[in-house]
Write a protein that binds this ligand. Structure first.
Ligand code: G16
Length: 543
């Protein structure tokens, strides 16, 4: 088939956010919208002769259409080979694993992560580089710049590839290999964890409920937990990926995974609960009647990492995004290893992992991972917890309480104000920025402020600088309020207010988080005037 060159006109709104380009399906379905972004990407990437690309997505609505479109454009770009998951499916961590295993030049992930799916939902696309991780800002900014001046598309008019048949075929001289989406990832997990110990744990009657939220994590969790590790059939629920996630919001937090929380608070609750998101890179871990915060999860994993075979040699260092609680910093200090504070976005961990400076990373947004791939990894985190429970004989709750006893509890919450008109959100942030020079050494709403700044990050590996990564207000006792605008929403702006207070007193470790954080909520309101500026009396989501 001939390669076609088609005229196009630029869209002005194709700037990737925290994690790729995310828009409503209706936006992506416009003529040439997806094609323009892919062409801008391919124009920025070097010559593809002899190179391999990995392609797959979380199976949401529009995934199959996008896969076929991208295969034709990849052929026109001149790739030698594309590895695509069966049915167009690959979880985000699996894309990362496949890129690394096959030494591919990169991969395209089709996902809007935890955002709802379906014809009226969201779709997304992001590029991962040869290390398996999200492209750094210099690449995403170059793609955006190119998208603004694009005038031609290159594609092929070859027919659709049979995505449901494993094996090889050709698209205009490019080899397309439809691969098992689970195999490479599952094999990697087997090299990291003590599968025998986890098998014995399940054999002893330990009960897990894993809610895959009708998303792409289902096939992976079924294969590994029920298939390899012998967990009873039915351990993984909502295990079939659906194009609209069954109408659910595939975001593993106590608000959106309310069914899991209901099971974990029932009289006959399983020993452990877990959930993963749309593309299976996020995770939530729950004990019996006990929700584990993502920041605490990272800290527990770091504290006990050497009990897990893949990490028995110890950790080079750890990293967390700036708004994530400082629980892991305290563990790192005890372990005598470095702890890095990066901006929000998994892409900022890549250089640190490539340089061998960190082994574990995590974020408050329900993301945990390690240098086994270059994405956060939901099922990996659950397997880590299972391995820790098997190795220590302790419950999920006991492991967290041990952390609190050793280091104090970092009481934590995130308040989201969603779908704010963009101009109002910008005004709110500008108002905060204007106050920054005069806040240090003052007392506001009864809180003594030690430092107030706009977080900037200099990558210690390549020296690149990222400015304006969130406003931090740090109190003299170490408590913090952080303000950021989300980079993953698709409707207006989402203001995130992150609240953290350290509670050293074990007698007060059971305090309800929202109660403990009230003084910080009052401080946030005094500084940002959220109610007045947005008209919203309450956050839309509190996690
Ligand atoms: C993405 C990024 C994460 C980030 C999260 C929230 O996760 O990969 O690094 O923490 O978004 O970002 P924001 O606060 O800007 O909305 P995911 O799971 O959506 O790909």
């Amino acid at each position: 088939m001939p390669i076609l060159t088609l005229p196009t006109t630029p869209f002005g709104d194709q700037r990737p956010g925290t994690s790729g380009l995310r828009k409503k399906v209706t936006v992506f379905a416009q003529k040439h919208y997806l094609e323009n972004f892919v062409q801008a990407l391919f124009d920025v990437l070097p010559d593809a002769t002899g190179l391999t690309l990995v392609l797959g997505g979380d199976g949401r609505y529009y995934n199959r259409v996008a896969v076929q479109t991208i295969l034709r454009m990849a052929a026109a770009k001149g790739y030698a080979r594309v590895l695509v998951g069966e049915g167009g499916i690959l979880s985000t961590p699996a894309v990362s694993a496949v890129i690394r295993a096959h030494k591919a030049s990169g991969g395209i992930v089709l996902s809007a992560s935890h955002n709802p799916g379906g014809p009226d939902g969201d779709f997304g696309i992001k590029y991962n580089i040869a290390n398996g991780g999200p492209a750094p800002e210099k690449v995403t900014e170059a793609v955006y710049a190119r998208s603004k001046v694009l005038s031609t598309l290159h594609t092929s008019d070859s027919p659709d590839v049979a995505l449901d048949v494993l094996g090889d075929c050709q698209v205009d001289g490019m080899q397309v290999s439809v691969i098992d989406p689970v195999a490479i990832y599952a094999e990697l997990m087997g090299t990291l964890f003590d599968f025998s110990a986890i098998r014995r744990l399940f054999a002893s009657g330990f009960r897990l409920r894993y809610d895959a939220m009708n998303a792409v994590g289902g096939p992976y969790a079924k294969a590994i937990l029920e298939g390899t590790l012998g967990a009873p059939t039915g351990t993984v629920v909502n295990a079939v990926p659906l194009e609209d996630f069954g109408g659910l919001h595939p975001d593993p937090n106590p608000v959106n995974a309310e069914d899991l929380i209901a099971h974990m608070t029932a009289a006959d609750a399983p020993d452990m609960g877990a959930a993963s998101d749309g593309d299976a890179d996020r995770n939530m871990v729950v004990g019996r009647n006990f929700v584990v915060s993502p920041s605490d999860s990272l800290a527990v994993i770091a504290a006990h990492a050497t009990l897990v075979p893949g990490y028995a040699q110890g950790l080079a260092g750890v990293a967390r995004s700036m708004p994530t609680s400082t629980a892991v910093d305290r563990v790192a200090q005890t372990l005598g290893i470095p702890c890095f504070e990066t901006p929000t976005g998994w892409k900022f961990f890549g250089n640190l992992m490539d340089a061998g400076r960190v082994t574990l990373c995590g974020e408050e947004s329900y993301g945990t991972g390690s240098s086994h791939v270059r994405e956060k990894d939901g099922l990996w985190a659950v397997l880590f917890w299972l391995n820790l429970v098997a190795a220590t004989g302790k419950s999920v709750e006991a492991l967290v309480r041990e952390l609190w006893t050793a280091h104090g509890r970092c009481v934590y919450s995130r308040h989201d104000y969603e779908a704010i008109p963009t101009d109002k959100a910008d005004a709110l942030m500008a108002g905060l920025r204007a106050q920054l020079p005069t806040l240090a050494n003052t007392t506001v709403a009864g809180c003594a402020i030690a430092l107030a700044d706009d977080f900037a990050y200099t990558d210690p590996v390549d020296g690149s600088v990222s400015q304006k990564q969130g406003i931090r207000v740090i109190l003299t006792d170490g408590s913090r309020v952080v303000f950021r605008l989300s980079g993953t929403g698709t409707e207006g702006a989402t203001l995130r207010v992150y609240l953290e207070r350290h509670e050293p007193d074990a007698a007060r470790h059971d305090i309800e988080a929202q109660t403990a954080l009230q003084p910080l909520v009052a401080l946030a309101e005094s500084l940002a005037h959220i109610r007045a500026l947005t008209g919203m009396a309450q956050p839309t989501v509190m996690t």
